[in-house]
Design a protein around this ligand. Structure first.
Ligand code: NAG
Ligand code: NAG
Ligand code: NAG
Ligand code: NAG
Ligand code: NAG
Length: 200
């Protein structure tokens, strides 16, 4: 099943094409504690673009999604709580990601394989991108996240700029539809439960 944060397997780098100016700032950098502070918290899955047919199909099934990252710096893991809306139903998933500090990737072990995603931080700290299969033009993909379900035009343009670096056109982008979110109730319930746990 598709994960909004990672839908493809990624092998070793060559990173983004540095020919154009807009591309020069976009490279995967090693992950540090500061990176983790920046990505901790609640995020919305906004849009993605996948060329690999299987991953594309998975991404198409996700109507909307949001999730919480809770990094553990000493352990090198990130607790992930995902709320996906698939076929008008809320699907909740709890898992852990592994951090590869040096090569700037996060990974998840699923269906007998480790899936890697490059974390690309953007100029705007309220957004970021996961990039997949960058070395493979036929299977290249990326997904875009923001701290709001409906980012500004400026934020979207930054994402489109990175897409352009990779030679992916806007027409290949799939957008999520926040109006379809079915997870409000479940999130509220979980918040209540956590609050009660903290109190007791
Ligand atoms: C939830 O996570 C499990 C384990 O990682 C995975 O097998 C399953 O496909 C995931 N479900 C969704 C909807 O992502
Ligand atoms: C990242 O580093 C880990 C070891 O820290 C290695 O197992 C993994 O294959 C590397 N992944 C990539 C995509 O370079
Ligand atoms: C690259 O990053 C620097 C420093 O953050 C910034 O001043 C500059 O405008 C960026 N260039 C582009 C093309 O985004
Ligand atoms: C990152 O944070 C952990 C936990 O707070 C700490 O043990 C570690 O020394 C920090 N690493 C760096 C490079 O500051
Ligand atoms: C992080 O992981 C360590 C080692 O498993 C554990 O002792 C610690 O409580 C964890 N910290 C948080 C904030 O969950």
């Amino acid at each position: 099943m598709a994960l909004p944060w990672a839908l493809a397997v990624l092998s070793l780098l060559p990173l983004l094409d540095a020919r154009s100016l807009v591309c020069t700032n976009v490279t995967a950098r090693p992950i540090t504690n500061a990176t983790l502070d920046r990505i901790a918290g609640k995020w919305f899955y906004v849009a993605s673009s996948f060329r690999d047919a299987e991953f594309k199909k998975s991404a198409q099934e996700i109507e909307t999604a949001f999730f919480y990252f809770a990094p553990n710096k000493t352990e090198g893991t990130i607790e992930l709580r995902e709320y996906l809306t698939i076929k008008d139903k809320c699907v909740y998933n709890f898992s852990y990601l592994n951090i590869q500090w040096e090569n700037g990737t996060l990974s998840k072990y699923e269906s007998g394989r480790e899936h890697f995603a490059h974390l690309l931080l953007l100029e705007d700290p309220r957004t970021y991108i996961f990039a997949f299969h960058l070395e493979d033009e036929q299977n290249r993909g990326m997904s875009f996240y923001a701290d709001t379900p409906e980012p500004t035009q400026g934020q979207m343009d930054e994402f489109y700029g990175v897409l352009a670096c990779l030679g992916i056109s806007k027409s290949e982008v799939m957008h999520t539809d926040w109006k379809k979110n079915q997870c409000e109730q479940l999130e509220k319930q979980h918040k209540e439960e956590r609050r009660r746990e903290e109190e007791s």
